[in-house]
Design a protein around this ligand. Structure first.
Ligand code: HEM
Length: 506
């Protein structure tokens, strides 16, 4: 006679078997090419790091690739046509994200903006966009905040000593978000914030964080129903750091929420107050304290190191491309002079400067594989059928190096983004911010910061790379393995720059 425990184990094994069989089954019709993989384990051992680069080199001209994270199918869109066919022509089906049982098990709720989907994501995305607009996004309010930060940033860079740009640039972009979310410049004023900045960069720039993400994407559908297993998995070395960093950030947000509750105004002055007012309304729906912290954490993680690392790319690219740098400075001096800081109204006249930033986005391809989407329905891309619940990623790095879209793709050429009349023409095939319903929520803010910070630095300084202790040269910093790691962002290795004032300042 089988014992009850034996029956339970047999039933669990049968479930697992059918789960694997169902997930691993072939779909009808042709399958896209891909690196292959082992049953159950998937493609991990068939991929060479960094994946975006390996897939780009190994499968040129393939618009759709198939790999597996465990038993999870993962389609990678590597050409603009296929990327557009998915994100725009099948926009609604692409609004899912990989399941996130870990968030629920560890923090007591699903939520936030980046990792949620369905009603929570829809309500939070709408609320966040509306609140940021009410607080001045896209209007003068945010421009003033960004210009105030630009003044502080210029002061931090002009010490006369070589500066590791990572900290001042991420402090500046974190302060912009702090002003919108907390109503103050906490990144400079709160002593603990430097530690938080380290946690942000750990989450986006360490390979271990990405390994953790992939492991959870592979196993979450399988073990999500079993919270002890999720806890066990989250205590592995790769996960401990990620979970630890995220927990610190959540605690900081929670303390801010409590502090705000004591001094609420009738009209919301920042994101936290707007959220608390929304929460107190009779139809509070999905809005609660945990989700507030998750949403705030998302804004910081998504909005700090992305912007600051794009600026770090921009500065090194200016050192590598002295002629482009000369033209940017000449344009700024001609159109604005040096008596005031550049502002958003100057976008009308700083065409070459804007084209330069567009080319920086293309070359940097900062988030090379974007974020994973989960398919809510079966869809077709060309001859391929992509089944529901598969994951879809896009290879921005490969899209940006397609020679049909960008002849001589490795060359840095701002002129690609200028019309015949010399006006800036935004690149219609830029994948840096994603596309469709889940495209970057902060693109407008990021572009405002990048324009104001970059043009202010170019207006005020000439700069050069300081040879640091390990004497990294420019080519080493930009081309070698370090920024081709397996991390979420293509951030640059540490380096120092010496900024020297250019002529008179206001
Ligand atoms: C140069 C700077 C930035 C880059 C390159 C960038 C890039 C991206 C990318 C590639 C995605 C994923 C799109 C997808 O899933 O298909 C994304 C999503 C997101 N970004 Fe950004 N981002 C930047 C700045 C910002 C800023 C400043 C904020 C904050 C205000 C922000 C907030 C978000 C949020 C909340 C999402 C998730 C949107 C959703 O899932 O609905 N980002 N970003």
């Amino acid at each position: 006679m089988l014992s009850a425990a034996g029956i339970a184990v047999a039933a669990a094994l049968a479930c697992l078997f059918f789960f694997f069989v169902r997930r691993g089954r072939r779909v009808s019709g042709p399958e896209p090419p891909g690196p292959g993989g082992y049953p159950l384990i998937g493609s991990m051992f068939h991929l060479r790091e960094p994946w975006f680069h390996y897939l780009y080199e190994r499968f040129p001209n393939c618009g759709v690739l198939l790999m597996h994270f465990g038993t999870q199918r993962v389609y990678v869109l590597s050409r603009w046509a296929e990327f557009k066919a998915a994100m725009l022509d099948n926009a609604e089906s692409l609004t899912g994200r990989p399941t996130q049982h870990i968030t629920s098990v560890l923090f007591g709720d699903y939520g936030g903006i980046v990792a949620s989907d369905g009603k929570i994501w829809r309500d939070y995305r709408r609320f966040t966009l509306q609140t940021l607009r009410d607080l001045g996004l896209g209007r003068r309010g945010v421009e003033e905040i960004v210009q105030e930060e630009a003044v502080q940033l210029l002061a931090a860079l002009s010490s006369g000593k070589p500066v590791d740009t990572a900290l001042p640039l991420s402090t500046a972009s974190a302060n912009v978000i702090c002003q919108l979310v907390f109503g103050s410049r906490l990144a400079s004023e709160e002593p603990q914030f430097a530690e938080l900045l380290e946690h942000f960069s750990r989450l986006t720039q360490n390979e271990e964080s990405n390994v953790h993400n992939y492991i959870f994407m592979a196993l979450d559908p399988l073990i999500g129903w079993c919270s002890p297993l999720v806890r066990l998995l989250s205590s592995t070395p790769a996960s401990r750091q990620v979970v630890g960093s995220f927990t610190q950030l959540m605690r900081f947000c929670e303390r801010q929420r409590v502090a705000h509750a004591a001094h609420m105004a009738a009209e919301p002055r920042d994101f936290i107050e707007a959220h608390m007012i929304r929460q107190a309304a009779p139809d509070s729906g999905v809005f609660n304290d945990t989700r507030l912290s998750l949403a705030v954490a998302d804004l910081f993680i998504a909005g700090t190191d992305t912007t600051s690392n794009t600026l770090r790319w921009a500065l090194l690219l200016m050192l590598r491309q002295p002629e482009a740098a000369r033209l940017v400075r000449e344009e700024i001096r001609r159109e604005i002079g040096d008596h005031r800081l550049p502002g958003l109204q100057d976008r009308k006249v700083l065409n070459y400067t804007q084209a330069t930033l567009e080319e920086v986005h293309r070359i940097a391809s900062l988030v090379p594989l974007g974020l994973a989407h989960r398919l809510l329905d079966d869809i077709s891309i060309g001859e391929y059928r992509l089944p529901r619940d598969s994951l879809v990623m896009f290879n921005a790095y490969a899209i940006h190096r397609d020679p049909d879209l960008f002849p001589e793709p490795d060359a840095f050429r701002p002129e690609r983004h200028l019309g015949l009349d010399g006006r800036f023409e935004p690149c219609a095939t830029l994948a840096s911010f994603g596309s469709g319903r889940r495209s970057c929520l902060g693109e407008g803010l990021a572009r405002t910061e990048l324009f104001v910070f970059f043009s202010a630095i170019m207006q005020r300084f000439s700069f050069r790379l300081e040879s640091s202790g390990d004497r990294r040269g420019l080519a080493d910093l930009m081309d070698r393995q370090a920024n081709f790691s397996g991390a979420l962002l293509r951030s640059l290795p540490p380096h120092e720059i010496l900024f020297e004032p250019l002529g008179s300042a206001c």
